[in-house]
Design a protein around this ligand. Structure first.
Ligand SMILES: *Cc1c(COP(=O)(O)O)cnc(C)c1O
Length: 233
């Protein structure tokens, strides 16, 4: 089942790439495995998935301790762990201990704590800055207007490395309606690269319902849960 799902996802990614004149290797699949078992994750890894996304630190820690050794398969790629959910400051220490990339950096306070905890273990933590490309009150992240100044400040921190931007598109009835939000994130990245010394390369955008559109608009990481573990409708 998971095998079929992943092969369908790869087909859809290829199609979106053809449409956009991009190469599939530009796009990383993050298999978002919240609520799934370690066994299901291992099934995905057996199909060549190398990037696992979680949205809760506790759940990630439990699975990390089980799954990490699967890197011992000869020639297998190391598994990379991604924090995609909202990160509370008091969980920063544990997050820094296991995650290769934190997608959800949404405040200066959190940035300070991540940098402080990373410094303690001699790590430079890779992060993405989360941007609110739609104005819901409940949503985490910096507004596009505050992003440039926030990134200037956060990049002063020694133990944080900003790789790019992340957004969560609003829930909509028709995936096409997500397009302006993805386009806005790409434009913001280009603007930041123009106006600063940054070379942001990563755009984490697109989930099971809208990843093809995100790819057309420049996504380099798509975060897929249901499409991998339940199948595309
Ligand atoms: C759950 C989740 C996803 C994956 O969602 P699907 O719709 O199942 O693909 C992606 N990003 C974040 C931040 C999530 O919490």
């Amino acid at each position: 089942m998971i095998r079929k799902n992943i092969s369908r996802v790869r087909e859809k990614i290829s199609l979106a790439c053809v449409k956009a004149g991009r190469a599939p290797k530009e796009i990383s699949i993050i298999a978002v495995s919240k609520g799934r078992t370690a066994g299901q994750i291992e099934e995905a890894i057996a199909q060549g998935i190398t990037d696992i996304g979680e949205n809760k630190v506790q759940e990630a820690l439990a699975k990390y301790s089980v799954i990490r050794p699967s890197g011992s398969v000869a020639g297998a790629q190391r598994i990379k762990w991604h924090m995609v959910g909202c990160l509370q400051t008091n969980k920063a220490k544990d997050a820094v201990s296991i995650f290769d990339l934190i997608h959800s950096l949404d405040s200066r306070r959190l940035a300070l704590e991540i940098s402080r905890q990373a410094q303690k273990i001699g790590k430079v933590q890779d992060v993405l800055v989360e941007i609110k490309t739609s104005p819901e009150e409940t949503k985490a992240g910096f507004s596009p207007q505050e992003a440039l100044e926030a990134i200037r400040q956060i990049s002063e921190l020694k133990n944080i490395n900003i790789k790019g931007l992340m957004t969560i598109a609003p829930a909509v009835d028709n995936p096409e309606k997500t397009r302006p939000h993805f386009r806005a994130l790409k434009e913001l990245k280009d603007k930041i690269n123009q106006l600063t010394a940054h070379k942001l390369t990563v755009l984490s955008m697109g989930m099971s319902d809208d990843f093809q559109i995100a790819i057309e608009e420049g996504a380099t990481m798509v975060r897929l849960g249901r499409a991998i573990f339940e199948g595309l409708v």
